[in-house]
Design a protein around this ligand. Structure first.
Ligand SMILES: NC(=O)c1ccc[n+]([C@@H]2O[C@H](COP(=O)([O-])OP(=O)(O)OC[C@H]3O[C@@H](n4cnc5c(N)ncnc54)[C@H](OP(=O)(O)O)[C@@H]3O)[C@@H](O)[C@H]2O)c1
Length: 276
């Protein structure tokens, strides 16, 4: 459980709401949570839905916070930092960024010297508590701060640490963009099912349940994915016939190319946002 007296969010949109809901469901008292957002309706929603503090006064949100989660869109991060940073001087809360593509070096340059900062990259399923979040912090960040950041992000799903910040681009390419890859594959299976005469409802139901069943089987098993695949593929059977087509089309090579393209694009975007 997260043990903090005051945890504040800057930006009260989708990702902040997911984390707030997750933290409360894990036992953190709503009274420990604060959020700042320029949108009055957003603040009213956060108070009504979660019972947290969401005043108009940004200074009150940040004051004496032990943890500040930066949850604004990447393009607003620099301006947000300029507004928040003076309020943090002398306070040194743990800062957690969830913003895609904002580098640790940029955050370090934008906030007071010595502020402990952890950069994270959650993904969209975090909104349902089924996220996959990558975390990065340089070696000088204390173990206690790492544990705290990880425990907070674990409120919305699985967490993994990367050792090199450049690997956050790969995290973005795998789990950040990953839901779209699976949607595409499911779309393709659904279309094939419809194309072969199944009704749209049946095609969708079979596709989604099969994806869920396969992911759940993999999660509950210690076998490699290759072994699980082999276990459901009998020699000269139906699955083998389909896999032979996918292999002949070099599906693995195509996926490797796609992930590499996303990785590269993530690095390019980080360079655009990150100019200090
Ligand atoms: N949603 C996802 O699936 C996802 C996945 C991975 C990472 N993230 C990261 O999470 C961050 C937030 O994304 P989101 O989807 O939650 O965006 P969002 O729903 O647009 O929420 C951001 C909120 O921050 C508010 N805001 C803007 N400037 C602010 C300021 N100076 N102080 C306080 N609040 C401010 C925005 O208000 P206005 O609308 O009035 O500008 C908006 O309500 C982004 O950096 C994104 O990269 C999101």
């Amino acid at each position: 459980m997260v043990d903090v007296r005051k945890l504040s969010f800057i930006g009260g949109g989708n990702m902040a709401s997911a984390l707030i809901g997750g933290l409360i469901s894990k036992g953190l008292a709503p009274g420990c949570l604060w959020a700042s957002d320029p949108d009055l309706r957003q603040r009213e929603r956060l108070t009504a839905e979660y019972g947290i503090h969401a005043p108009a006064d940004e200074a009150a949100v940040v004051r004496d916070a032990e943890v500040v989660v930066l949850a604004v869109k990447p393009q607003y991060m620099r301006a947000t930092a300029a507004s928040i940073a003076p309020r943090l001087a002398g306070a040194s809360p743990l800062l957690i960024s969830v913003a895609a593509g904002i580098t640790h070096a940029s955050l370090t340059a934008w906030f007071p010297a010595g502020t402990p900062i952890v950069r994270t990259m959650p993904n969209r399923p975090a909104l349902l508590g089924l996220g996959a979040t990558g975390l990065y912090a340089p070696p000088n960040i204390a173990a206690a701060h790492r544990v705290l950041a990880e425990t907070i992000m674990a409120a919305v799903g699985a967490t993994v640490w990367v050792e090199q910040e450049s690997q956050m681009d790969t995290v973005t390419a795998v789990s950040g963009s990953g839901p779209a890859y699976f949607f595409l594959f499911m779309e393709a299976i659904e279309a094939a099912a419809r194309g072969r005469g199944l009704s749209p409802e049946v095609a969708r139901r079979l596709t989604l349940q099969t994806a869920l069943g396969a992911a759940t089987m993999a999660q509950h098993s210690s076998e490699t994915l290759a072994t699980l695949r082999e276990q459901v593929t009998s020699k000269a059977g139906t699955t083998a016939a389909a896999l032979a087509v996918l292999d002949a089309a070099d599906l693995r090579g195509i996926v490797a190319h796609a992930v590499a393209a996303a990785d590269l694009r993530s690095a390019e975007l980080a360079a655009e946002f990150g100019a200090t």
